[in-house]
Design a protein around this ligand. Structure first.
Ligand SMILES: *Cc1c(COP(=O)(O)O)cnc(C)c1O
Length: 384
């Protein structure tokens, strides 16, 4: 076994695909401390900068006193506290749906929702760039898997028409996590209506960020809960904490409580975390300057990057990709930036398709224009 393990690691290393973790000290903010040095980071998903919000830190401290630390059990045993329940009601109201159900992580919400809804005789239609958790969810469900080219509505229409499956479920990321562009949701909704298919959107990167009040891709496109009956959102990104939820009709949520195994067979999130998330949900709605600030940073970056003729991917979201192609090139650039005190992750296969390695730059409401200028200044030195 040792030989096998060693060989596989060597393969990864030779292909420039080996992954390593950076260790930072202290709070999660755009300015990070590592090994006694200060770095400027452009890679967290803490888009609104709420992870370090004093109100949330304070809420968590107090809630730990009220609720203790661990939930002690799963939601269906005796782990479901008042704070969890109140958060679910508030998330339902925020997303304009009858009910919402909390999961421990987004990965588990996707696994739970998809496997609870479809089985062998059914078919799932997924965008090829969907998040890994959706890919795994479809596999685990045993439903037929049809993957369409990124945002290719003609291909989706063709696959839907050809399918003789019992139930048809279309699943898509709202904002694509490695590209930053968004799903063509209005067309997906139209196709779904024509083909009697169900629609599920994973709005991990849209919730809190897109739409005037942060309600995500549904608000961005002015769609309704009937258009997209299954909405999944995560709480560890723009919400700055951890966890996830699925929102929808009472019937949907009651089904998930009965059948979603990743909901049933796991310990509930700590209630103190749920209480912190309630405060976070209020901040997402009231501190609108955070979304406005993001837009300013994104515009400033795209203008500067265009002037430098950087190979930018098309995106209006805080996820901005610089397409480099080879994993080696992406890794070298990421390491060069690190030496200059800037952290930007090189995203390589299998996270993205072959020959599309890239730098994935993300912005947070806590970044300043000077930070963006520093990043642009550092990128200027390389001919990409
Ligand atoms: C991050 C992410 C997830 C997983 O959410 P976690 O709460 O981190 O497990 C699911 N879907 C998408 C699109 C994501 O970006």
């Amino acid at each position: 076994m040792q030989n096998f393990l060693k060989q596989r690691l060597e393969q990864r290393q030779q292909a420039h695909l080996y992954r390593q973790r950076l260790i930072h000290e202290g709070a999660q903010t755009p300015v990070l401390q590592m090994a006694g040095r200060t770095y400027l980071a452009f890679c967290s998903n803490d888009y609104l900068g709420l992870a370090s919000h004093p109100i949330l830190i304070n809420t968590l401290q107090h809630a730990a006193t009220t609720y203790a630390v661990g939930a002690g059990a799963s939601h269906l045993v005796n782990g479901h506290a008042r704070a969890h329940h109140a958060l679910e009601e508030e998330l339902a109201s925020f997303t304009g749906r009858e009910r919402a159900l909390l999961f421990s992580t987004g990965y588990m919400a996707n696994i739970g929702a998809v496997t609870a809804l479809v089985e062998r005789q059914d078919a799932v239609f997924s965008d090829k760039l969907n998040h890994a958790s959706l890919v795994d969810a479809v596999q685990l469900s045993r439903a037929h898997s049809h993957r369409y080219t990124h945002n290719d509505m003609e291909m989706l229409a063709r696959l839907l028409t050809q399918s003789t499956a019992n139930h048809k479920l279309i699943v898509t990321d709202g904002v694509f996590s490695m590209d930053g562009d968004i799903a063509n949701l209005p067309d997906i909704v139209t196709l779904a209506k024509q083909q009697q298919a169900w629609v599920m959107v994973d709005d991990a990167h849209g919730l809190g960020v897109l739409g005037a009040t942060g309600r995500g891709i549904i608000e961005h496109y002015h769609l309704s809960a009937t258009d997209v009956p299954i909405l999944m959102g995560t709480l560890g990104k723009a919400f700055g904490v951890t966890g996830a939820f699925v929102a929808g009709s009472t019937l949907l949520i009651e089904n998930l409580i009965q059948y979603a195994r990743s909901y049933i067979y796991t310990t509930a999130l700590p209630a103190a975390i749920a209480e912190t998330l309630r405060a976070s949900l209020r901040l997402v709605q009231t501190e609108t300057w955070r979304r406005e600030k993001l837009q300013i940073l994104i515009k400033h970056f795209r203008q500067g990057a265009t002037q430098l003729a950087l190979p930018l991917l098309v995106s209006d979201t805080p996820i901005q990709g610089i397409l480099l192609g080879s994993a080696e090139k992406a890794l070298m650039l990421s390491q060069a930036l690190l030496q200059q005190g800037i952290i930007v992750t090189a995203i390589r296969p299998p996270t993205v398709p072959q020959n599309t390695a890239r730098l994935r730059i993300t912005f947070s409401a806590l970044h300043e224009i000077e930070h963006v200028d520093r990043l642009l200044g550092a990128l200027e030195h390389y001919s990409l």
